[in-house]
Design a protein around this ligand. Structure first.
Ligand SMILES: Nc1ncnc2c1ncn2[C@@H]1O[C@H](COP(=O)(O)OS(=O)(=O)O)[C@@H](OP(=O)(O)O)[C@H]1O
Ligand SMILES: [Mg+2]
Ligand SMILES: [Mg+2]
Ligand SMILES: [Mg+2]
Length: 346
């Protein structure tokens, strides 16, 4: 856990540096994705490098989002050099004197090519979850999990732009732009080890005492606040709205990018997280592993729409019926019943 937290903190630092340097055009121009691409690869390298360094005797097995194929082409060389420089700026803070070459960077990226599966130990990494939120100066997270024999046994969620205090109904898509990391009370690190509860501590202060987190004790839809993706093409806003109506939810949805939503659920700030991507979309394990163990250890349930607990043992993708529903147990039960009625399997 100490190594995982250290790795996520280093990668979060790298991401924060890049996000702060985004120019005004890059913040709005979705066509130029190079800043987020550099940070995405860079964060993956920093996490893998840091974990491998903590345990040099064992070759790291990691299921991670990014691969090196494009960076190995001539067209990718300039990008590779930018990534290498960025990574070395962070490596220098953790291991003074150590410098990685572009070739080493490529090899470290490819440590993330593991297929995972039902046996052995595999790390699971989304170096930046919420890449659209990252360029939009909203929420994003660095998400690291560990699989042991197909079960998620550890999760760490670095949320650089998440306020440590309460999050308002309008702090999602628009409001968070004013509250970027740098403020002393912004930046959260959620973490959990199976059987040990779930915890949160300030992201930028490794010495601060962790506080236990617990999902909200809400049993009625009328008191609930539900969370969903910012982008409707990732997760249908209309299915979520229909389910919320069925449950008697009255508050507007809190729209937030990334696994930050699992973090908010674990600390009782949001009550329900629902996700209904298009039927053809296959969910990746790195988009859920860290948040899954944190929410379960905080007393919540995380299943597909049919109420079946998520299964991370099938490789790089999640095998599920459809949709993802996460909530405290009493509400979760009602949501699964509502899903059967309102959003039957296509
Ligand atoms: N078409 C489609 N359908 C469903 N999901 C998709 C789709 N495309 C992408 N993704 C994944 O969504 C991840 C971002 O999480 P969110 O959906 O919470 O982000 S957002 O609020 O919509 O910005 C995002 O993770 P990152 O790529 O790490 O940002 C993707 O894995
Ligand atoms: Mg993701
Ligand atoms: Mg990602
Ligand atoms: Mg991506």
């Amino acid at each position: 856990m100490a190594s995982a937290k250290e790795a996520v903190r280093l990668a979060s630092r790298l991401c924060q540096d890049v996000q702060r340097q985004l120019s005004a055009e890059e913040r709005v121009d979705k066509k130029d994705d190079s800043p987020v691409t550099v940070a995405d690869y860079g964060a993956q390298v920093v996490v893998a490098w840091s974990l491998q360094r903590a345990d040099p005797a064992t070759r790291l097995s990691m299921v991670a989002e990014e691969d090196s194929a494009e960076l190995r082409t001539p067209a990718g060389r300039a990008m590779l050099e930018r990534i290498t420089a960025l990574v070395n700026s962070v490596v220098a803070t953790a291991a003074p004197g150590e410098v990685l070459s572009p070739e080493q960077v490529l090899d470290i990226i490819d440590l993330g090519a593991s297929q995972g599966g039902p046996s052995g130990r595999h790390w699971v990494l989304d170096p930046i979850d919420g890449t659209r939120g990252f360029v939009g100066m909203r929420q994003y997270s660095v998400c690291l999990g560990m699989l042991q024999d197909g079960e998620v046994v550890l999760g760490v969620l670095g949320c650089p732009n998440l306020p440590q205090g309460p999050v308002g109904d309008d702090d999602g898509a628009a409001g968070s732009a004013q509250r970027l990391s740098g403020d002393a009370d912004v930046g959260c690190l959620f973490f959990s080890e199976r059987g040990q509860g779930a915890w949160v501590e300030p992201l930028w202060n490794a010495d601060a005492a962790p506080a236990p987190v617990r999902v909200a004790e809400v049993t009625e839809g009328a008191e609930a606040r539900f969370m969903e993706s910012v982008e409707s093409r990732h997760s249908s806003h209309s299915i979520n709205a229909a389910l919320a109506r069925e449950l008697g939810v009255v508050r507007p949805p809190l729209r937030m990018d990334s696994q930050v939503k699992y973090g908010l659920l674990s600390r009782g700030c949001g009550t329900i997280f629902m996700r209904f991507p298009p039927a053809t979309y296959k969910e990746k394990i790195w988009d859920h592993a860290a948040g899954f163990v944190i929410v379960e250890e905080a007393g919540g349930r995380v299943t597909d729409a049919a109420g079946v607990r998520l299964d991370f043992s099938k490789g790089r993708f999640l095998a599920l019926d459809r949709g993802i529903i996460a909530a405290p147990p009493a509400l979760h039960e009602k949501l699964v019943a509502a899903a059967a009625k309102v959003a039957p399997k296509a």
